[in-house]
Design a protein around this ligand. Structure first.
Ligand code: UD1
Ligand code: CA
Length: 485
């Protein structure tokens, strides 16, 4: 249809006291502008123009970094002279879409949603409006532009600072989201002046200008009043996080996900979770993460940009940019760093770190192990304390372990190295050469035994412990119990 969106994101947001443009401040781990972009994309708007200003380069970097379903252009507004001035910068961009409609949105109001955008467009088209303003009724409308209603529609929007006292009582406010007939918007944009309390070019003045041309203006009241909410400082940003957190958890509860205690639970807007999954306190799910059905996410898991299969049990696990297949059990206290692929049925125990590695089906990595840059086969057993030595201080190398191998406790595998299918390493071995299939490799110093060596020392040690026990019984303080000053 050629409908386009213009997202206003030029402002600094001084009160946020941030190094970044305000729209890059995050709600549930996603920059506010990401929420707005996602809403546009979910509403099937394919061409989006972002108005950048303060620290424009950071916004460009962000826009380029995201994988996008839409065409996103950025246009610089050199000076931030108001929302009307911001849209003026997009005039040339809009000319190539002049026979359709333009959606204008504030980049700092993250809760706009695709349904509201689409419903407002239907309303806009059905009423043959030149502009349709998305509004909400708020108990406390302070700070927002007030909507002036008439019998036919609306006659204007008055900013807080320009309100007559009686207008301050109006509770219907401008969300900063509008649908315009693109052609009509282009006609009136250049007619906006900065003759108002703030000396800014107000986009809201378009409403009166369009009416003066005999065109129609309407307000669409959003079913979701949160669409108006924005954040000007860190307190407001926290409030948005709390609202979003509760809202998203609620959505997952309705979809059959069990949350035992929502303390510290934070689920990103782009996370999907399968029915029957149980989420314990402190679980944080971020980015484009997918969790399958009937999983248990125990306390304090952080899962980011990771795909998790069905019936997976994670406990105190941090996983980043990884894949975990069905029926896997991991934890507690495990970190999966980017590029990790854990195949079906794998068990990983406590204090294990895995990076940029594939772990084959039904392999067990029980405890205290580091696996980096490795390709591990199926049914492998890792003893306690295995280390893949992948880095020589200069370059990284890969370790390859065949199916059914058995890696003894405390083995160091000095990469590049290959352990053959079914091969064994002896406990405490340092392996520097490839091991053929089904072979045993042992590489450790033989223990030397000196008979009677310790007998003379034993007496002193026993005496020391006797003394400690005696002191405890008599209530006298032991040296080791004294608090150092
Ligand atoms: C605007 C509306 C107000 C509405 C409110 C909803 C106007 C005049 N007022 O006010 O009616 O209730 O939004 O939140 O439009 N921006 C630029 N360039 C600029 C100025 C702003 O890109 O020169 C961007 C900001 O970065 C921000 C958005 O536009 O993302 C809104 O600007 P802001 O100054 O916050 O407008 P409000 O005063 O909140
Ligand atoms: Ca604002």
């Amino acid at each position: 249809m050629g409908n386009v969106a213009v997202i206003l994101a030029g402002g600094q947001g001084k009160r946020m006291k941030s190094e970044k443009p305000k729209v890059l401040c995050s709600v549930l781990g996603e920059p506010m502008i990401e929420w707005v972009l996602t809403a546009c994309e979910n509403a099937d708007i394919e061409d989006i123009c972002v108005i950048k200003g303060y620290k424009a380069q950071l916004l460009d970097e962000y826009v380029q970094s995201r994988s996008t379903r839409s065409e996103v252009t950025t246009i610089l507004q050199e000076e931030q002279l108001g929302t009307g001035h911001a849209v003026m910068q997009a005039a040339d961009f809009l000319k190539s879409f002049s026979d359709a409609n333009t959606l204008v949105l504030n980049g700092d109001a993250p809760f706009i949603d695709a349904q509201t955008i689409q419903d407002a467009l239907d309303y806009h088209v059905n009423n043959d409006s030149a502009v349709t303003v998305v509004t909400a009724r708020l108990e406390n409308p302070t700070g927002y532009g007030r909507i002036i209603r008439t019998d036919e529609g609306i006659s204007g929007i008055v900013e807080q600072k320009d309100c007559e006292p009686y207008q301050l009582a109006i509770t219907e406010v401008n969300s900063g989201c509008y649908w315009f007939k693109t052609e009509k918007l282009l006609e009136v944009l250049s007619e906006i002046t900065n003759d108002n309390a703030q000396g800014e070019y107000y986009l809201t003045d378009c409403v009166e200008l369009l009416i003066q041309k005999g065109l129609r203006a309407h307000a669409y009241i959003s079913r979701n009043p949160n669409v108006v909410l924005g954040a000007n400082d860190r307190r407001a940003l926290l409030a948005l996080n709390d609202i979003a957190r509760a809202e998203i958890i609620g959505r997952h509860l309705d979809a059959g996900i069990e949350v035992c205690c929502s303390d510290g639970v934070s689920i990103g807007n782009n996370v999907t979770i399968g029915q029957g999954t149980v989420i314990h306190s402190g679980v944080i799910l971020r980015g484009s993460t997918t969790i399958g059905e009937n999983c248990v996410l125990g306390n304090n898991c952080i899962i980011e940009n990771t795909t998790v299969g069905n019936r997976v049990n994670l406990n105190n696990v941090q996983a980043y940019d990884s894949i975990i297949e069905d029926n896997v059990k991991i934890g507690p206290f495990v970190q999966l760093r980017p590029g990790t692929h854990i195949k079906r049925g794998v068990k990983i125990g406590d204090f294990v770190e895995i990076k940029n590695s594939t772990i084959g089906e039904y392999t067990a990595v029980a405890h205290l192990t580091y696996i980096g840059d490795s390709d591990v086969g199926a049914n492998v057993n890792f003893g306690c304390g295995v280390v893949t030595v992948n880095y020589n201080g200069d370059k990284k190398f890969r370790t390859v372990i065949g199916d059914n191998a058995f890696i003894g406790c405390n083995t160091n595998l000095i990469a590049p190295v290959r352990v053959g299918n079914g091969a064994y390493t002896g406990a405490g071995s340092t392996i520097t050469k490839d091991i053929p299939d089904n072979a045993l490799a042992v590489g450790r110093a033989k223990a030397e035994i000196r008979e009677g060596y310790a007998a003379s020392k034993l007496h002193n040690r026993i005496e020391k412990y006797e003394q400690i026990k005696k002191n405890e019984e008599s209530g006298e303080q032991n040296e080791s119990d004294k608090v150092s000053e």
